[in-house]
Design a protein. Structure first.
Lengths: 185, 185
DNA sequence: TTGACAGGCTAATGCTGTTAGCCTGTCAAG
DNA sequence: CTTGACAGGCTAACAGCATTAGCCTGTCAA
């Protein structure tokens, strides 16, 4: 597998992002960590935005890999396994996670299928119920961003809130499955 | 009620935020909309951060007011009323909403009680169940940010996902109420 | 040997927040 | 009245940001 200069640039940007957060990712810093000057970067990438898109795409792949591993584990309730993996991955890569979710997704610029793969695992874990999958996804995303932004009080039992949320939604899936037409009782 | 120059500055910043998004809020733009020059702003505020904190504090008040009005409405399920108000307010003030949630909350710099008031309504709507309140809050926050970031596919029934999520969590509250010790069946 | 091109470079531009230092109008104290 | 302080403007300037223009050099194919 050949490593182009562009790949090196993206990787350097990724390292800076993890280590120094979003503000640490400047064109000068990226260039410096490669031993060149900032304007030279533009021989390989169009602009900083393209760099961010590459990082985001990378993030989706990593995230989907984490989901896959979690589901493969097996014994757990699938939804809970995904939820754990979601939280763990996000807390392990806070800056990348925020980069991926802070802004409208630049779908057109992302490689085909990269987003879908990640979403597919969530859908699978919720037995294909789209509304529940979206609710679970939103819940997980909300939990993570609130935790990353220190919005929960210090004494909050965050794990309990996760269990409560996921169990509630899973129960709803089960109910819908048993009673697909939504007939009453 | 006296309006200080500082108030005018904060208000001008708020208008710019609503109209042109976060990037539109520059010290020069704020100054220009008041007919003065950027450096003069520093006679009234310490730095841009202080300005953002003021906008955030304002946002919490607005949000809490919206919740209050929603709960006062009455006939609905309280949790659903709050959820609707949450979504509506956020979609009406997308830039302010993001400013409020994008970054770790600068709690020390916020006026006392401003955050608590907003949270209290959510807790009230969930019958005081803290885990469920946190789950519901995270769910709502996640739904809003995903919607604002265009993360749902165009054909997604967002309202249905809201209903699914809130109903799931409310059902869980009811269950816990009836069975507070968590005994089985 | 020539010519093209990849990939560096410096210099410069226009944006950002922010500081230093100056000036002027208002207003209270002597 | 006059004096002096101060509030609140101002210009000039700085450092850091992404980015562009234009130049130079080493490599490699024709």
């Amino acid at each position: 597998m050949i490593v182009t200069r562009r790949d090196e640039i993206v990787e350097a940007a990724g390292v800076l992002l993890e280590q120094h957060g979003r503000d640490g990712v400047t064109m000068r810093a990226i260039a410096e960590s490669l031993g060149i000057r900032a304007p030279s970067l533009y021989k390989h990438i169009a602009d900083k935005h393209e760099l961010e898109v590459a990082l985001i795409a990378d993030g989706f792949v990593q995230q989907a890999d984490a989901f896959e591993k979690a589901l493969a584990g097996g014994n757990d309730v699938p939804a809970m396994a995904i939820a754990d993996a979601y939280r763990t991955w996000a807390l392990d890569h806070p800056h990348l996670y925020r980069l991926m979710t802070d802004q409208p997704l630049p779908r057109d610029e992302l490689p085909e299928g990269v987003e879908e793969r990640s979403v597919a695992y969530v859908l699978e874990a919720l037995a294909g119920d789209r509304d529940c999958a979206r609710a679970a996804w939103a819940f997980a995303h909300g939990m993570v961003t609130l935790e990353l932004a220190d919005r929960f009080p210090p004494d909050a039992d965050i794990a309990a809130a996760w269990r409560t949320g996921i169990e509630s939604i899973v129960a709803n899936v089960a109910a819908t499955q048993n009673d697909p037409q939504g007939d009453q009782k």
